[in-house]
Design a protein around this ligand. Structure first.
Ligand code: NAP
Length: 200
């Protein structure tokens, strides 16, 4: 397969790239990538990326930001960070990227446990994750050519646990290989419209 991983240099993305690169051709995209530069918060940039990629069998997005802050401090502009990047960025990856997929290709988005189990300071981040979950279930009904769309929602992954541990008291870290199973299931399985939850 020819697989595009947006956010392939990140904590989650690196694991995805390493796994699939063993048996597949993997293209790594991100804001600082030389070959496949993209800012998913910018629609023009996504269009330019997919002009460069050529035909693909799978698109995985493990990128997207949202502002974390106490609710009383979140400004409207702060919400727009998450809306533009993690929410509409991933929606636009589906809108634009699907046209580059071969028959029976797949798109896998990334959210996180906050959609179901939010913690303090995540009104914006949790909202965006929940929006993606609803989007994936709905858009999967309208895909053509056997194209599938899923989302992987994991808890705090082991390699980022040191950064987020204090926000998630009592939450177990998710081993990277367990998280990876979610992406394998989405790319290699047959399911569509699935929210693949990996929370323990
Ligand atoms: N870490 C966790 O425990 C965890 C758990 C569940 C869900 N998530 C979610 O999974 C996603 C990735 O998390 P992570 O921990 O791997 O983050 P990370 O280590 O900060 O990596 C983010 C990756 O995405 C790229 N990126 C960021 N913003 C981008 C943009 N606007 N356009 C294109 N590429 C962009 C980055 O590369 P450039 O800087 O070069 O663009 C980098 O490759 C996030 O949405 C996060 O909320 C994380």
């Amino acid at each position: 397969m020819r697989i595009l991983v947006i956010g392939g240099t990140g904590t989650i993305g690196k694991t995805i790239v390493k796994h699939f690169a063993a048996d597949h051709e993997v293209l790594v995209a991100g804001r600082r990538s030389k070959d496949y530069k993209v800012d998913i918060a910018d629609t023009k940039s996504i269009k330019a990326l997919f002009k460069k990629t050529g035909k693909l069998d799978a698109i995985i997005c493990a990128a997207g930001e949202a502002k974390w802050a106490p609710f009383k401090e979140l400004s409207e502009a702060d919400y727009h960070i998450g809306l533009r990047s993690k929410l509409m960025g991933q929606v636009n990856v589906v809108r634009i990227g699907r046209k580059r997929l071969r028959r029976k290709g797949s798109i896998t988005l990334t959210t996180g446990i906050l959609a179901d189990d939010p913690v303090y300071q995540t009104a914006s981040a949790a909202m965006v994750n929940g929006g993606i979950h609803s989007f994936v279930q709905a858009v999967a009904l309208e895909m053509k050519k056997g194209i599938r769309v899923n989302v992987v929602s994991s808890g705090v992954v082991m390699d980022a646990y040191h950064k987020y541990e204090s926000y998630f008291p009592g939450h177990p870290p998710i081993p990277m290989d367990k998280m990876m199973l979610g992406y394998v299931r989405s790319v290699e399985g047959k399911g569509t419209g699935e929210i693949i939850r990996i929370y323990s």
